[in-house]
Design a protein around this ligand. Structure first.
Ligand code: GLV
Length: 383
């Protein structure tokens, strides 16, 4: 009998992906060198060369995070998978968890912890962290380093030490900031930290570097219950990434082999550039952009210059305009993606990401030109 579902017409034609400037909060553009790395021949996910690449990735993450943690690896999945990996492994049902909600990422972390059945507490201001730690006795404190929804970089110094005084693990989300804003995992007493491949590293989305301190490992490997996720269970991942003391790697899941080639290359570029040079470039380019914004009559959303995230800039949504028309106009006429707000900042801001290879002054000039053009041509109501 004939097939019930015929071959779909759409798949019988080829599809051409356009070239586009990705100046939103990620993914950022992928340079040819990383694209080439990702198109190397397929290998088995446990072949000796794949394992060698995984070892290089571990070293690259240790450099990028400034850590000597043995338990350093890349989760097969986006930043959200790393967020779940961090929380699922470090807390058990009923544990008290403290989350700093300073934008969307704290909200997401709370949503994840809630699913395990944790006793959840949130703080909005850093000043309250001390009080909340002593009051709620959490096992884990979550903080976002670079909040891409608000464009704020959060200071990290001193918080890890404070957490440890209360026997609490310090978890930092550095998805949007890592490589673009200074962070020192070991020196700043961070117990768990993760990032995504698709921001400053300029690697396609789908792998997420993560690292765990000895303190975090002690807690995780002495839990009473198994983590709710099999896929993200750190005992399995540790073995898969050669971070445990076993000599053989068992089959856990099939890793994204070619995505690992790309991640290795992204980390190699960061190593060649040098972390400090990368931090400085992101800072300088962001400052150049912020000056330019003021010049064309736009206002950075974050007033305190020191609190501005160098990777993702938030701009006060121009009064009288529909932000969707502006982002749509710039996409259509300039082939540039910029974005609106996210979560709590929807409708309040435009967001521009300049990350990794996209962090350069000629691109800033291009964006300023596109914004000027959009303000001239988009519909403005009286305010
Ligand atoms: C995603 O990471 C975003 O900030 O939009």
């Amino acid at each position: 009998s004939p097939l019930y579902v015929p071959p779909p017409e759409c798949l019988l034609k080829s599809f051409t992906v356009p070239r586009r400037y990705l100046f939103g909060p990620g993914p950022s553009n992928v340079p040819p060198r990383i694209l080439t790395a990702g198109s190397q021949p397929m290998l088995g996910h446990l072949h000796a060369e794949t394992i060698e690449i995984m070892d290089h990735i571990k070293s690259g993450i240790q450099y990028a995070f400034q850590t000597q943690n043995r338990m350093t690896l890349a989760v097969s999945g986006p930043g959200h998978a790393a967020m779940e990996c961090a929380i699922f492994n470090s807390v058990e049902c009923g544990d008290s968890v403290l989350i700093a909600v300073n934008g969307i990422w704290g909200e997401r972390a709370a949503e994840i912890a809630e699913r395990i059945g944790d006793e959840l507490h949130t703080v909005e201001l850093q000043l309250q962290v001390f009080i909340a730690l002593s009051k709620y006795k959490p096992v884990l404190f979550f903080l976002t380093h670079g909040e891409s929804s608000t464009g704020v970089v959060h200071p990290i110094d001193g918080i890890g030490e404070l957490c440890h005084r209360y026997n609490c693990l310090f978890l930092v989300d550095s998805v949007a900031a890592l490589g673009g804003s200074p962070i020192y995992m070991d020196k700043q007493d961070i117990d768990i930290m993760y990032t995504g491949s698709q921001k400053v590293l300029n690697v396609p989305p789908g792998t997420a570097p993560i690292s765990f301190s000895e303190r975090a490992c002690c807690r995780i490997f002495s839990r009473k219950t198994k983590p709710v996720s099999y896929f993200l269970d750190l005992s399995w991942l540790a073995n898969y990434w050669g971070c445990d003391r076993k000599s053989a790697r068992a089959y856990h899941h099939t890793g994204p082999v070619t995505a690992l080639y790309s991640l290795r290359e992204g980390l190699a570029i960061l190593a060649e550039t040098g972390l400090e040079n990368s931090w400085k470039r992101h800072k300088d380019v962001a400052a150049y952009f912020h000056e330019g914004l003021e010049r064309i009559g736009l206002k950075p959303f974050v007033e305190d210059k020191k609190a501005r995230l160098p990777t993702v800039t938030t701009i006060v949504a121009p009064p009288g305009y529909d932000w969707r028309e502006i982002t749509g106009y710039i996409m259509k006429n300039h082939n540039i993606e910029i974005s609106g707000g996210l979560g709590p900042s929807v409708g309040m801001v435009l967001r521009v990401g300049l990350m990794g290879c996209n962090s350069n002054k000629p691109y800033v000039d291009m964006i300023l030109e596109a914004l000027t053009d959009a303000l001239k041509h988009c519909h403005k109501s009286k305010v």
